[in-house]
Design a protein around this ligand. Sequence first.
Ligand code: ZN
Length: 284
Amino acid sequence: MQPDLSRFSVNQITTPNWSMAQAIEGYAGQGVGGIACWRNYVADYGVERTARHIRDAGLWVASLCTSAWLNAATEADYRAAIEENRRILDTAAAMGAPCVVMVVGGLPAGCKDIMGQRARVRDALHALAPHARAVGVRLGLEPLHPMYAGDRSVLNSIKDANDLCDELGDAAGLVPDVYHCWWDPCFEAELRRAGPDRILTFHYCDWLVPTRNLRDRGMVGDGVVDIPRIRGWLDDIGYAGKFELELFSELDWWNRPGEETVRIGIERCAPHVGPLPAIAKDQS
Ligand code: ZN
């Protein structure tokens, strides 16, 4: 029996050697339901052309990755980054992406004030919220594991992301990723606090032991993350949204043919991306 992949997407960073066109065809060809796109591939292929190809292939768009970093050292560069993020929201709207995944950047060069930088990011999100609402694209807040706080994102806990969502209302939502959140004692409670509608897409991969570098995420099932339990929490809160395989894997999966990574990704994710149990029962 074919697995139900209607809720399942692949993030194209999982197959970085594929062009946009190859990723669209490669995912659709193996029955994947959706695609999460990265800006550089969209820019190479063209926004309209990407959108049309995705539609023609019968895929939906999970998200546009990622925002421009907000770790500018000068006020002028900071304002330019906000303006760039407005344009990224426009691109997302043009290609039917429901959200832009907000990777907000680490500390500005020479800065040691992480709390100050977090406040600055909060201000930036408030500055972006009206434009997000106007174009109908949500700010997808993805907390990153604290090991990335210095260089990639000062948003590091799902609790902080939920707090920001409370402030930003329907302009924002959560992009939880098991890789970034699995260790957090608050993970389950914060998913319950978020409820089903705040979660925009849900990222799967695994945490390898040992983790060899900052781009060494495991294929689902190869690490220590209890994905069946986490899926159970999502079913409990009635999450009916999307799942996404997202692998950064410099030493392993990025070096394999895309077809193989997608095929094995489907095999590993299929048990965890099916319909809600109640829906499955209705259909039987
Ligand atoms: Zn992620």
